[in-house]
Ligand binder design. Sequence first.
Ligand SMILES: Cc1ncc(COP(=O)(O)O)c(C=O)c1O
Length: 427
Amino acid sequence: MSAVEYPKLKLDRSMALFEEAKALSPGGVMGIRRPYNFVQGEYPIFLERGYKGHIVDVDGNDYIDMLCAYGPIILGYDEAEINEAVKAQMDRRGFCFSLVQEVQNRLERRLTELIPCAEQAILVKTGSDATSLAVRIARGYTDRRYVLRCGYHGWHDWCVEVHGGVPEEISALTEEFEYGSLDDLEEKLVAHAGDVACIIITPVAHPLAKPVMAPPPGYLEGVRALADRYGAVLVFDEVRTGFRVAMGGAQERYGVTPDLGTFGKALANGYPISAVVGRREIMQVAEKKVFVSSTFFPNSLEMVAAMKCLDILERERVPEAIWRRGTAFLEKLGDIVAASGVPLSVSGIPPMPFLTFDRAEGDGEKTYRARREYFYTQTIRRGLFIQPYHHWYIAHRHTDADLERALGIIAEALELTAGKFPAGAGD
Ligand SMILES: Cc1ncc(COP(=O)(O)O)c(C=O)c1O
């Protein structure tokens, strides 16, 4: 064995800030950023800054970041050209008014030119804003109640997976179907025949802690056909895939056009903006019948950021570049995993690679968990920021050296893991 265990990182300032945060806010930090989603005590909790494909924590540790802020960072951190455009808007025009600014039209036109299903667009701020608005539009258009969903769609009442604080009557109107099974979807359409307002699905499956799955051949076409047969609006939730798998999202790459699409995350490389786009006939219900308005929706800084981000994505052919580099990354990752003897599955599509730990025959539950924890302990200590339960991303500003280093770190961590927790060794 040549790889050696690295010592624990110095994280004193992160831990002190977390103690302070817990007194200030329930849980200290929100949701998926809480320490139990990583390896407790081994990962930083507070960051100081980011640059290109790296982040630096408040204790000065520098990491290659392959979590990319959970998706918005498609280019890299501190993208000067976008920041300059935003600063110019701030300095010369301002961004928060009682009326809208012209950039709204320019961005909406751009979205309709890029995204296959987009005849009209509504600009909002978060992914949850977009998915919730799409569902409301679908209900308004169909005068139906049920929502069939597949994937994570945010934190609002209609889809939140933790039901605390949500009346049972609301949760009962949303039902989850299994990705990849047309039979399961049809069964649910039949069970609520005539009352399904929409089918909302992430076109690439990326469930938490499970392998990422590209659409099986014919699957999205089958979902499209079922939506048509049962009169449900088809919504592709492209909050993660938008501008990443192609400029026009998964609907462009996989050639299936939904009625509505929701976009967010990568649209502005981290500035908060999202959109619902879709067929004019359906979108039109938001003119009168369906209400949508928010104080901050018309703020223009993030629209300016989105325009500039789209310029860069097109100019540098970013989705193609990421796809090409991600393909090579996944191939090498597959070789490393196969050579390691550690029970793992490589999954993902090129922009979104992932590793999931499998339970080998004879593994005890404790061993299986300890093995995963040990692997992620060794990767974070070596300066690679990846997540045990959420797939990773390739960003445009990751250098070839960053990606090679990431693979090297994974190989070393797997070598150590194989030695320490051999497959099938019980507990
Ligand atoms: C596919 C998908 N839809 C919706 C959302 C919700 O977006 P937000 O967290 O911006 O509200 C997310 C967030 O991760 C997502 O991945």
